[in-house]
Design a protein around this ligand. Structure first.
Ligand SMILES: NC(=O)c1ccc[n+]([C@@H]2O[C@H](COP(=O)([O-])OP(=O)(O)OC[C@H]3O[C@@H](n4cnc5c(N)ncnc54)[C@H](OP(=O)(O)O)[C@@H]3O)[C@@H](O)[C@H]2O)c1
Length: 285
């Protein structure tokens, strides 16, 4: 059987009817100038999805690079998918609405394709006020789709079961890779039709030499990074590999020509050590 193909042109359908690229470039830990050059290079490489955030302090440069490069690739705004995230949940609805407007203005793209609450921190009242602001930003056309990030199963349930909910979250962006699989969160999201984006899909480079990763990469004639990206994809997630290097951007998206068997996936799943590469807000109050 031929391997399932996942390319930079592949898109996944969200529960609200929009679609988004199946492999996207992460922009975390990029300086402003790195973000500008990485976005330009990634666009030339074929990337169409870009994962930014207020906390990354490079929204302006990412948006500028996109705007300046679209035309030379024969693309329009609608051909690219830009995400940003709210730095901090607030109980003040007005403060969050203003913050979303600032993100839209900073990128200069006219609207944001996907806006996420970056974490569940702040408690139930701040989470809810912030979500209402996302709903209204969608209603007013500033944002196309809304979602959350670092939400544990309990936060997802709290939001989708809220009696005042008008717009369901369509994405939960979480840390997920073989060393921290988070099947609990993924199952909850699947139950509610929420697409899971996998952050730190390359384990931030921390497990590239793990013997099982090396052995399976050798078996499939791929690199460890390609193996890890393929793991996310075959588990139905949207990986956001980050690189400032064009050759690595190409490598990370060149994941066809091999397919992980159920046995390979099980071997990788068994590596789970609950490794947290950055932060873990999923059990926040
Ligand atoms: N929502 C959240 O709380 C949250 C948290 C963390 C991350 N994220 C998102 O997820 C994205 C990805 O996560 P991440 O940036 O933390 O980690 P990652 O994508 O797992 O790993 C990035 C690291 O791997 C290196 N790398 C890239 N391609 C490689 C390759 N082919 N071979 C070897 N090393 C390679 C990069 O270095 P070079 O750049 O030098 O190539 C960088 O050091 C972020 O950029 C961000 O958009 C979200």
């Amino acid at each position: 059987m031929a391997a399932t193909k996942y390319t930079l042109a592949s898109r996944v359908k969200l529960a609200d009817g929009h679609t988004m690229p199946q492999i996207q470039l992460g922009l975390y830990m990029m300086t402003r100038s790195e973000a500008r050059s990485a976005v330009t290079a990634a666009l030339a490489e074929g990337y169409r999805g870009f994962d930014c955030a207020q906390m990354y302090h490079n929204e302006k440069e990412a948006g500028q690079a996109l705007r300046e490069s679209l035309e030379s690739h024969g693309l329009t705004r609608a051909d690219v998918f830009y995400t940003s995230k709210l730095a901090e949940n607030r109980t003040s609805y007005d403060a969050v609405r203003a913050s979303i407007r600032q993100s839209v203005a900073a990128c200069g793209l006219g609207y944001i394709d996907l806006f996420l609450l970056h974490s569940p921190y702040g408690g139930p009242a701040a989470r809810w006020a912030s979500w209402r602001a996302v709903e209204d930003a969608i209603g007013e056309g500033e944002v196309k789709s809304g979602g959350v990030s670092n939400y544990g199963p309990q936060h997802v349930e709290e939001l989708v079961n809220h009696p005042g909910l008008k717009v369901k979250p369509v994405v939960n962006q979480i840390e997920s890779h073989p060393f921290n699989t988070r099947t609990d969160i993924r199952e909850t999201c699947t139950k509610h039709g929420i697409v899971v984006e996998a952050y730190a899909p390359l384990v931030r480079g921390m497990r590239m030499r793990h013997p099982v990763v090396v052995q399976l990469a050798k078996k499939h004639g791929c690199t460890p990074a390609q193996l890890l990206v393929r793991w996310s994809l075959q588990h139905g997630m949207v990986p956001l590999p980050k690189s400032v290097k064009r050759a690595r951007m190409a490598e990370n998206a060149d994941v066809n020509g091999f397919e992980l068997s159920a046995d390979d996936l099980a071997k990788l799943d068994a590596l789970d050590e609950h490794l947290v590469t950055d932060w873990d807000p999923t059990d926040a109050e």
